[in-house]
Design a protein around this ligand. Structure first.
Ligand SMILES: Nc1ncnc2c1ncn2[C@@H]1O[C@H](COP(=O)(O)OP(=O)(O)OP(=O)(O)O)[C@@H](O)[C@H]1O
Ligand code: SF4
Ligand SMILES: [Mg+2]
Length: 334
């Protein structure tokens, strides 16, 4: 059984006009110890999907579907239970470490609070453990620096502290939402190295969203590609990043010189991302797709196996023998 199984997850944010449909019937699974990368341009729904899993979306968001973690349904679970699972079983690292830390409390104390809460140690032991945890994320001079406040630390140090807090209780799943994108290139590479080391030492599963293809390529076993709130391609890391079966994945990776090197970012794609309140019938990528066919405007393409690749699936009519055609028959592949 998978550690995490998400089925038909939908997230809607109420808006003054039509609701923003940020996540649209997303299904995914993460096995024990597996690293799953999530890529997609800005606004594709990565954060909304990842934060829905541990129940961290604002209460105004409408979340539907199923999120089973270690055999337990998390959607609809009581906040008290979710709080216990977060931190103890599921660690979360956010993009912006400054806003995730309390500015009025020394960082070491914040790490110690997590230790007290999740490991049930006394304060004295928790303070010692906090310093050990900060050392384990390669924070220089952790004993002295633990007494400092977040604003006295660099962005990279703050992100290390958040990683230490997320991993304090040795969770079996780490959800990391763009953990390096607020950092400059050198520090981002160091934090990426740290994540790589911790993942292999602790053997935890990771769900990782990033614009950094190098980070995804080095860390991920499998990659999911999101577009307009849906997963449009999924498969083994090399199959997806190098095979680029879906035209959107191709466009995301295409114009990147040296794609996959550390710090390599996703490409900007000509045209606008889809309107998040849309309800049109066809493929969401049709307006920007160089391979658009008649049937693409008629019906949304269902997931279909990419020929010759085990576990590689793309939602694109190009791979589907039953693509709708102008004469009502099936469309051939272009
Ligand atoms: N709290 C919110 N209220 C209303 N709309 C929201 C909220 N959070 C996200 N959205 C909308 O949901 C959609 C998906 O946003 P999300 O932040 O999940 O994208 P993302 O893929 O994480 O983007 P990025 O790469 O920029 O982090 C966007 O249209 C966004 O404007
Ligand atoms: S279904 Fe059609 S429009 Fe959509 S990505 Fe495939 S070829 Fe392009
Ligand atoms: Mg995001």
């Amino acid at each position: 059984m998978a550690l995490l199984t998400v089925r038909d997850l939908s997230v809607e944010f109420p808006a003054s006009g039509a609701a923003v449909r940020a996540v649209r019937r997303v299904s995914l699974s993460v096995q024990d110890g597996e690293v799953v990368g999530l890529v997609g341009e800005s606004g594709s729904g990565k954060t909304a999907a990842m934060m829905a899993i541990p129940g961290l979306l604002p209460s105004a968001a409408h979340v539907a579907g199923s999120v089973r973690f270690a055999g337990r349904e998390l959607l609809g679970a009581r906040e008290q239970e979710l709080r216990r699972i977060r931190g103890a079983r599921i660690g979360v690292v956010f993009q912006d470490p400054l806003s995730a830390l309390n500015p009025t409390m020394p960082v070491g104390r914040q790490v110690a609070e997590v230790v007290v809460h999740h490991l049930h140690l006394g304060w004295r032991e928790a303070r010692e453990r906090a310093v050990e945890l900060l050392a384990s994320v390669d924070l220089p001079d952790p004993g002295r620096r633990a007494a400092e406040y977040p604003h006295q630390w660099s962005g990279g140090m703050r992100q290390r502290a958040l990683i230490a807090m997320a991993l304090a209780a040795r969770p079996s799943l780490l959800i990391a939402d763009e953990p390096t994108s607020a950092l400059d290139a050198r520090v981002a590479t160091e934090v990426a190295e740290l994540l790589l080391r911790l993942q292999s030492e602790l053997g935890m599963a990771v769900l990782l969203a990033s614009h950094d293809l190098g980070l995804i390529a080095r860390l991920a076993d499998r990659v999911l590609v999101m577009y307009g709130g849906q997963i449009v391609e999924s498969g083994g890391c090399a199959d997806v990043l190098l095979g680029r079966a879906h035209p959107y994945t191709s466009a995301l990776m295409g114009a990147v010189p040296g794609g996959g090197a550390p710090g390599t970012a996703l490409s900007a794609i000509p045209g606008e991302p889809p309107d998040a309140s849309r309800r049109d019938a066809g493929c969401a990528f049709a307006a920007r797709c160089p391979h658009v066919m008649y049937g693409c405007l008629r019906a949304a393409p269902p997931p279909y196996p990419v020929p010759g690749k085990i576990g590689h699936v793309a939602c694109c009519w190009r791979y589907h023998p039953d693509a709708p055609s102008a004469d009502g028959g099936a469309h051939g592949r272009t």
